[in-house]
Ligand binder design. Structure first.
Ligand SMILES: C[S@@+](CC[C@H](N)C(=O)[O-])C[C@H]1O[C@@H](n2cnc3c(N)ncnc32)[C@H](O)[C@@H]1O
Length: 255
């Protein structure tokens, strides 16, 4: 069976078409403000699962050294092109489950929608590896895809169809088609799209798994996404848009 990095490699070329973008101007995300506060000219940061590199120019401008890490060569290739000419970024092709050469070296670790390994034991292995990389008194922040937001969006779609006079079975069918629900397994927190299986998080699961792997959650906040990236947004835009989860974590025991 092909490995996860194979599917991510395949998505590298058409990345912008297939993925919801948490960096759009209408998305009110605390990520950049928080990174600005943590930035210092002598600090080392890693972008874990950097993808095609949307965050790398900002990190390179604000930190002394940046490690750009991803297990998919196609993603790293695009990230390299995007940041050509910058001398303080080192690219490493690695899985987040094996970061031994970075242990104890990071002041700040960032992971935006990259903690998505479908096997939750590997996901916890990645969280523990990141914990080993971040110095005492360091920070770990990022964004996680939200499974509870899928439930929320489905509710809005079902209510919309009911209000249009559809019977409940038809309303569910309509919501399932518009929300691509065939790809979701809400009980296990999984989403599969074009063969790529990803973990989506519930907020209580974030506390649970971070707590088990040596992290203390200092902040957990919804990042409302851009309505325009969802079907039927014109009719639903009176409501808050679906979200991802922003987190800020410290090594357990740190203030
Ligand atoms: C949804 S993309 C997000 C990319 C980028 N952080 C952004 O904000 O646009 C997820 C990225 O994480 C990478 N990734 C997922 N699991 C990984 C793992 N276990 N080890 C290394 N990279 C991983 C994928 O290859 C992909 O580039």
């Amino acid at each position: 069976m092909p490995e996860q990095d194979h599917f991510w490699n395949q998505s590298a070329r058409r990345y912008e078409e297939d993925f919801i973008d948490p960096y759009r101007p209408e998305v009110r995300s605390p990520l950049l403000r928080c990174l600005e506060k943590l930035a210092k000219s002598n600090r080392i940061v890693a972008d874990l699962g950097c993808g095609i590199g949307p965050l790398l120019p900002f990190l390179a401008d604000h930190f002394q050294q940046v490690f750009a890490i991803d297990f998919a060569s196609g993603m790293l290739e695009r990230a390299r092109e995007k940041t050509a000419g910058r001398s303080n970024i080192e690219f490493l092709q690695r899985s987040l489950t094996d970061l031994a050469d970075l242990h104890g070296r990071l002041d700040v670790a960032v992971a935006v929608n990259s903690l998505v390994l479908p096997d939750v034991s590997q996901l916890e292995m990645a969280l523990a590896e990141i914990r080993a990389c971040v110095k005492e008194r360091g920070w770990f922040l990022g964004i996680l895809p939200a499974m509870d937001a899928v439930h929320y969006y489905t509710i809005l779609l079902v209510d919309r169809a009911l209000a249009a006079g559809k019977p409940i079975e038809a309303a569910r069918k309509n919501a399932a088609a518009l929300g691509d629900l065939a790809g979701y397994d809400c009980a296990f927190g999984q989403y599969t799209f074009r063969g790529l299986e990803q973990h989506f998080w519930q907020p209580f699961e974030i506390r649970h798994r971070f707590g088990r792997t040596g992290w203390r959650l200092a902040r957990l906040r919804k990042v409302h996404l851009a309505w325009k990236q969802f079907a039927c947004w014109e009719e639903l835009q009176e409501r808050p848009p679906p979200w991802d989860w922003f987190f800020l974590a410290r090594p357990h025991g740190d203030p």
